[in-house]
Design a protein around this ligand. Structure first.
Ligand code: 4NP
Length: 152
């Protein structure tokens, strides 16, 4: 199974989500191909934001190997599930979908955590370091529930 994580810049939320997902899948022995992308092109080629890398390292996860790229329509064909961090990202992805069947592969990552109070992962880029820890907690919850679903 191939899963794509998508945010705006592909340097904060989605590389963190990719890092959590690949680690938790490995811990459970689930074979997954993961990638992440941004709907914007501002940071293409860059490593994740140092604050995102630090928040992940605190949890024992390394994401310094990841590099930002822009989301493309082809991603709808290549991936089985496409998970957007917020509603803007989802709208911008869906706009590029070749057809409605492919568009239906995309949803919000927090759709997998219906009991969490937030539906969207807040953009931590302009905030402080603690925003990244909050993002990590949300992503870890959604990821674990997603993997529960895959295991069933
Ligand atoms: P991300 O955060 O979408 O979680 O990677 C952002 C990173 C950069 C910008 C916006 C959001 N930016 O406008 O440069």
């Amino acid at each position: 199974m191939r899963i794509l994580l998508v945010c705006l810049g592909n340097i904060c939320r989605s590389p963190m989500a990719e890092g959590v997902l690949r680690q938790r899948a490995k811990e459970r022995g689930i074979a997954l191909a993961t990638d992440s992308a941004g709907t914007g092109d501002y940071h293409v080629g860059e490593a994740p934001d140092p604050r995102a890398q630090a928040a992940m390292r605190k949890q024992g996860m390394e994401i310094g190997d990841l590099r930002a790229r822009q989301f493309t329509a082809k991603d709808f064909e290549h991936f089985d599930i496409l998970l957007a961090m917020d509603a803007d990202n989802l709208r911008n992805m869906t706009r590029l979908a070749p057809d409605p069947t492919l568009a239906a592969k995309a949803c919000l990552i927090m759709d997998f955590a219906p009991e969490h109070p937030l539906r969207e992962v807040p953009d931590p880029y302009y905030g402080g370091d603690d925003g990244f820890d909050g993002v990590f907690a949300m992503l870890d919850e959604a990821t674990n529930l997603l993997l529960d679903g895959i295991e069933r």
